[in-house]
Design a protein around this ligand. Sequence first.
Ligand code: GDP
Length: 298
Amino acid sequence: MFDALSDRLSGIFESIRGKGRLTEADIDATAREIRLALLEADVALPVVKTFIAQIKERCSGAEVSKALNPAQQIIKIVNEELVAILGGETRRLNYAKQAPTVIMLAGLQGAGKTTLAGKLAKHLKGDDHSPLLVAADLQRPNAVGQLQVLGQRAGVAVYAPEPGSGVGDPVKVALDSIAEARQKGHDVVIVDTAGRLGIDEEMMQQAREIRAAVNPDEVLFVIDAMIGQDAVNTAEAFRDGVGITGVVLSKLDGDARGGAALSVRHVTGQPILFASTGEKLEDFDVFHPDRMASRILG
Ligand code: GDP
């Protein structure tokens, strides 16, 4: 991801490198090129507009005109603005004052929610937490089994309705899991919820009900970075329909153009907390806006 954007940006910077003073025309041309590069990377238009306005304003100021090396200064400004658009500071998980902390995962089917649940559990376990994975996705036929396998691999307990028990109510499963966590001493509960192929009212309603029942400390929306701007629109729909406190980017290892990853923070106003970069449990990290910006700028 971002390879094409990185190449484009380094080409743009190359063309101004070595120039002494930059004229207003040089700055305009550079801003235009950056705008095109972002649009080609599928970054949402409002994000591109805000970004370019910032770049132009800062590049026309004393920061660049007085700089010994204006090209270097422009790269620095682009870097800082990329960090800003990605959320600025690293946003850590909010933990409940009184355990257990409840993290609810939401998103479309196939976004990578269940996989993410396993990854997050493993990550938290490595940080000396004792997570409980909760299978409240009772829609997708194999979601419960998949979570059990992931739990086993991560060495993390899984709470799921007994097969054949007739418990088909995800709200009850989610609610009961909190009591289970208290009883067994788990300090974090990760609730995997059902997704659909597209947004539908029934799914939103179920997610709202689970949210109301368990009062989560975090509602993380898992977005498939491969599906571009559609993913961002879905995140907005979930923000408005369910209420989310943050975003997780999944499939950042894919070869999509990266626009969703660059847009989602600005469009939804919600921070990106984690990034998922593959199918294995280890392919996961806390999201750091500054590291991502450095990666894009190569
Ligand atoms: P859910 O329906 O949202 O629970 O999605 P799943 O967790 O079942 O993931 C859907 C598919 O995407 C599975 O085949 C996963 O192995 C795959 N997947 C999940 N996360 C990633 C990722 O970060 N990178 C890649 N390449 N594949 C992923």
